[in-house]
Ligand binder design. Sequence first.
Ligand SMILES: *[C@@H]1O[C@H](CO)[C@@H](O)[C@H](O)[C@H]1NC(C)=O
Ligand SMILES: *[C@@H]1O[C@H](CO)[C@@H](O)[C@H](O)[C@H]1NC(C)=O
Ligand SMILES: *[C@@H]1O[C@H](CO)[C@@H](O)[C@H](O)[C@H]1NC(C)=O
Ligand SMILES: *[C@@H]1O[C@H](CO)[C@@H](O)[C@H](O)[C@H]1NC(C)=O
Length: 411
Amino acid sequence: MTTRMKIGATSLLFVLCLSAVSLLLNLCCLSLLKPCEVPVKPRRSFLDNGVGLTPPMGWNSWNRFQCNVDEELIKATADALVSTGLAKLGYKYVNIDDCWGERRRDPQGNLVANATSFPSGMAALGDYIHGLGLKFGIYSSAGTGTCCETMPGSLGHEQQDANTFASWGVDYLKYDNCVDPYTSPIIRYKTMSEALNNTGRPIFYNICVKNDMQPAIWGANIGNSWRTTEDIHDNWDRMLYIADMNEFYADYAQPGGWNDPDMLEVGNGGMTYSEYLVHFSIWAISKAPLILGCDLRKLSNETLNIVGNIEVIAVNQDHLGIQAKKVRNFGRHEVWAGPLSGNRVVVLFVNRKRKSMTIPALWVDIGILDNVPHRARDLWQHEDLQTTFQGNMTMTLSGRSCKMFVLTPLS
Ligand SMILES: *[C@@H]1O[C@H](CO)[C@@H](O)[C@H](O)[C@H]1NC(C)=O
Ligand SMILES: *[C@@H]1O[C@H](CO)[C@@H](O)[C@H](O)[C@H]1NC(C)=O
Ligand SMILES: *[C@@H]1O[C@H](CO)[C@@H](O)[C@H](O)[C@H]1NC(C)=O
Ligand SMILES: *[C@@H]1O[C@H](CO)[C@@H](O)[C@H](O)[C@H]1NC(C)=O
């Protein structure tokens, strides 16, 4: 055997060894949710418009006001985002939903703001919102009309409308799918995506196609978020139904493109304080857009306590951008968990029943090593627990409630 052959054989052995080690490491990453730091690499191509690297936060008029929108409401809401401190916490988008326009386009074919309800025009409104350090969002539809059928949709006018929105300083477009010709939404949504790109203005693009068209599967290189569910309603059963549908698509969420289980109902009155805590907690760990839907001009302290929880918001905005999943279901008591940056995990206990219940979160379910002790921070109580936990963490929950923790390894 020549020396050269020996070296060859040795390096071959070395390479084989390395592959075995990396295979083992990969297996360990695959089999458990997160024993190793999750590699930060794009999981699939996504829209490269530079926005939505964390889930968007803001407000939209629909859930509380439907078609009753005007410029005084929008300006007062923008003011309230600032005065309540919510803007500082990240709630930046002020988004007008349906019914903002005149029934017909102008003679040049442009969309026009309703002259009665938005007399100053959208460019002036955009300026007002930007003047507060906030961002401006608007709504259209990939059909010939919007869902309320009070104004034209953008089908066939995509570039013209995108140009109009850009000229108004729009930063976010919610693009609905009404009065549509029943052709593939993929093509119609891609046309608007390209039109927005052509304007040169980075505009967050929300694909509002209901789940039956599975936008999670085709949305990533077209939009920054896509609906995974039917519309939310302001009640407990519907909220959980939506949360479960959205969870199914968890693997599709990533920085730059998010699953959208519809906008928040917190503060609209249809659920109890404890039920709204569950609603907000699930949306936060699911890396859902945190788009408020209540009347911010009359924000109660209770609602502010929920949507203004800086620690829960930090989980939603964690730069890894990995959506938490339901990791254990004990009938109607559940444990949800997901990785966070810095080798931490977020764990959410949910009791869907009316009576109280004690349930464990097992390390093996959460995806952390059984022999590693962790300390726990309670994000709703804002306190570090005195005991450390190893193997499991067992909690008693009152009816229809949740508890949310960030676990950090002790070594
Ligand atoms: C338009 O698309 C190109 C190619 O993906 C991208 O590099 C650019 O940032 C986009 N611009 C805007 C404004 O979205
Ligand atoms: C324009 O706004 C006025 C006042 O709110 C309203 O009565 C009217 O229906 C709106 N027009 C359209 C087309 O929505
Ligand atoms: C909210 O809390 C503040 C101080 O914590 C208090 O001054 C204020 O009256 C409360 N507002 C309402 C509507 O309860
Ligand atoms: C949880 O951990 C404690 C302490 O390590 C142990 O006594 C208990 O049996 C565990 N419970 C479950 C359900 O694994």
